[in-house]
Design a protein around this ligand. Structure first.
Ligand SMILES: *Cc1c(COP(=O)(O)O)cnc(C)c1O
Length: 356
């Protein structure tokens, strides 16, 4: 009798599924979600809009009107096209699959976003992690040396980085892009609403750069929509490995509607940036806490004991992310998503149970 152990790849058998804890009854500050909902009137209009969607039809594979709206609202340069993904996670996967020639490598600074490594592994690409400096800035010399040594097919630069929140220095980024003349550089701007700095306006200025965005951190994590901006020569190739109906009709319709009201989401992001400043200040005042500068909607904080902090907050019904085991540079670090003012007050109260 056949068993999964006979059939499934050995590396897959050895894996565990991506862990998502059940957050029912908790204040959820572990996944960089926007804590605010849509204003009720807008939500009602959205409901009416979605009620008109033809659920019996397959989605448009390349919804031109939506793509044009993204280009206009987000300021995509004229020489660039847009490819949609079921979240940017799927775009990372498409890039991996399309670039997975035998022996091809993927390179990214570490600690970084786990999906770069995960997706490379699933596509049988070798992953090269280059440690950041201890202050989480880019170790540019190490990056340049690794690029020369490995000639990676793909280099990921998260701008700003997760889980550190670091907005890499533009001159360092430029040196890496210039050195990567045998690579594609994917600049991941998942946190652009909180960074307010972007490479998107320059996406057509380089032949080896594409810029990846998502609406997830802007407040629409549930609809799963990411997009890749780049020269058509690149996007045409990635489009070939895109599952034909990867973004569904409800996602497309919701995005189309909400992009007309993006000012609402932008205002929420602005409020979260203010909350980030307040939270960083409050946490920095707690004895034993070291707060790293963040351009995202989260803070990386080093505490005396990350496990104790995580467990204490869990008991206080606040869910955060203990990232201390992710990488040696993250020893005793936790990542705190910036929430609503009420949530942040509860978070600070929880932190004070340990740090006083
Ligand atoms: C959250 C996150 C993403 C994933 O976004 P989705 O569009 O929700 O898949 C991509 N990159 C980074 C760095 C992130 O933190």
């Amino acid at each position: 009798m056949t068993t999964p152990q006979d059939i499934i790849r050995r590396d897959v058998l050895a894996m565990t599924s991506y862990p998502v804890p059940d957050a029912t009854g908790y204040i959820k500050l572990d996944a960089m979600e926007n804590p605010f909902s849509l204003p009720p009137v807008l939500a009602a209009h959205l409901g009416e809009h979605l009620a008109g969607v033809a659920l019996n039809r397959y989605p448009a594979p390349r919804p031109e009107a939506l793509i044009e709206k993204i280009k206009r609202v987000m300021g995509v340069p004229a020489g660039c096209d847009v490819l949609l993904g079921n979240g940017s996670d799927e775009i990372i996967s498409m890039v991996s699959v399309a670039c997975a020639k035998p022996g091809a490598k993927v390179l990214a600074p570490m600690p970084g976003f786990v999906m770069y490594q995960m997706s490379a592994k699933l596509a049988n690409l070798e992953f090269i992690g280059v440690p950041l400096n201890p202050d989480f800035t880019l170790d540019t010399e190490a990056m340049l040396a690794a690029i020369a040594e490995h000639e990676p097919a793909v280099i990921y630069l998260a701008y700003p980085n997760n889980p550190t929140g670091t907005l890499y220095d533009d001159a360092d980024m430029e040196r890496i892009i210039a050195a990567a003349n045998k690579s594609l550089v994917v600049i991941d701007e998942a946190y652009q609403p909180f960074a307010q700095q972007s490479w998107l306006p320059r996406a057509d200025a380089f032949d080896n750069v594409v810029v990846m965005r998502t609406v997830s951190k802007l407040g629409l994590a549930g609809i799963r929509l990411g997009y890749l901006v780049g020269k058509p020569a690149w996007l045409t190739e990635f489009d070939k490995v895109r599952p034909p109906y990867n973004t569904n009709v409800l996602t497309q319709a919701a995005a189309d509607f909400l992009l007309d009201h993006v000012d609402v989401l932008d205002a929420q992001a602005e409020q979260l940036r203010e909350e980030r400043t307040k939270l960083a200040k409050a946490v920095a005042q707690l004895p034993g806490a070291e707060v790293f500068p963040s351009a995202g909607n989260f803070l990386l904080v080093r505490v005396p004991d990350a496990s104790v902090m995580f467990e204490t907050l869990l008991a206080a019904r606040v869910l955060i992310k203990n990232v201390s085991k992710m990488h040696p540079l993250l020893v005793n670090c936790v990542r705190l998503t910036v929430g609503s003012p009420e949530e942040n007050a509860q978070l600070i109260a929880g932190l004070k149970l340990v740090l006083h």
